[in-house]
Structure formats: structure tokens, C-alpha cells
Design a protein around this ligand. Structure first.
Ligand SMILES: NC(=O)c1ccc[n+]([C@@H]2O[C@H](COP(=O)([O-])OP(=O)(O)OC[C@H]3O[C@@H](n4cnc5c(N)ncnc54)[C@H](OP(=O)(O)O)[C@@H]3O)[C@@H](O)[C@H]2O)c1
Length: 120
């Protein structure tokens, strides 16, 4: 970790999308590493597409480290049927989380997201 920061010492580690496939695996690993200071919000509690809500959450909680594993994931068929919706949602999520991570001086934002590009 940067600046000799150990995950077990980090305060306020935000795992975005912690109930998903990737996020839940990150959560298990963090628990194994002894990281107890976790910030967890479901989609219903914090919609990461909503920039005002993300702004407020980051200013109130000041996460030190952010794992970005929240995404709208729907598989190849859903993606090909509604590509603009998937692209829009995922760009909003990434933009809001990365921007607020920078503005609030999070030590590190780990992005684990693949945005499907429009092919037509
Ligand atoms: N699965 C893989 O093998 C894999 C590998 C490499 C990269 N990735 C990438 O990692 C990302 C996550 O994939 P996944 O398979 O873990 O997806 P997933 O199981 O569908 O989980 C998605 C998570 O994102 C959250 N989420 C969705 N929309 C949200 C919103 N608007 N606001 C807040 N949270 C929201 C969901 O929250 P709720 O649970 O509260 O609904 C859920 O926890 C994707 O970009 C994917 O491409 C996945």
C-alpha cells in the first residue's frame, strides 16, 4: 500500500458493490487481512450514479481506501440490447466515485470495473 499504509491499519475502507461477485471476494480478503474499518452500502442505500449522494457520502465518511467493484452488470444479451444504459450507468458510477475519491484525498482508489463500449 502507498506510504507504508497497512490495510489492517486503514480507517474507513469503502468497498463499493460489496454484495457482488467481485466485491464480496474483496470483502472476504479484507476480513482475512484483519481490516475491520469497513464502509459498506447497498445499491438501495447509496446509488452511485447519483453525484449529490456520492458527494455527501464521501464528505461525511472520508474513506481512506476505495475498492470500486460496483457496476451495472447484465451479461452479453442485456448489454447488446441496451448498450447506452449500461455505458451511461457505469460511466456515472466510475466518474462519481473516482472524482470524490480525489476530492476528499482518499489514499488510493482501486478500480475494478470493465465498461462495455458501444460497438455501433
Ligand atoms: N465477475 C468477474 O469475474 C469480473 C472480473 C473482472 C472484472 N469484473 C468487473 O467488476 C465489476 C463488478 O462485477 P461483478 O461480477 O462483481 O458484478 P455483480 O455481481 O453484478 O455486482 C455488482 C455490484 O454493483 C452494485 N451496484 C450496481 N449498480 C449500482 C449503483 N447504481 N449504485 C451502487 N451499487 C451498485 C450492486 O449492488 P447491490 O448488491 O446492492 O444491488 C452489486 O453489489 C464489473 O465492472 C465487471 O465487469 C468482473
Amino acid at each position: 500500500m502507498p506510504n507504508g499504509l497497512r490495510l489492517s491499519d486503514a480507517t474507513n475502507v469503502f468497498v463499493a458493490g460489496h454484495r457482488g461477485l467481485v466485491g464480496s471476494a474483496i470483502l472476504r480478503k479484507l476480513s482475512q487481512l484483519g481490516c475491520n474499518s469497513l464502509l459498506l452500502r447497498t445499491h438501495a442505500e447509496l446509488d452511485l450514479r447519483n453525484s449529490a449522494a456520492v458527494d455527501l457520502f464521501f464528505r461525511e465518511n472520508r474513506p481512506e481506501i476505495v475498492f470500486l467493484s460496483a457496476a451495472r452488470v447484465g451479461g452479453i444479451l442485456a448489454n447488446s440490447r441496451r448498450p447506452a444504459e449500461f455505458l451511461y450507468d457505469n460511466l456515472m458510477i466510475q466518474t462519481n466515485v473516482i472524482t470524490m475519491g480525489v476530492f476528499t484525498d482518499a489514499t488510493r482508489v482501486v478500480v475494478n470495473i470493465i465498461t462495455y463500449a458501444l460497438s455501433h
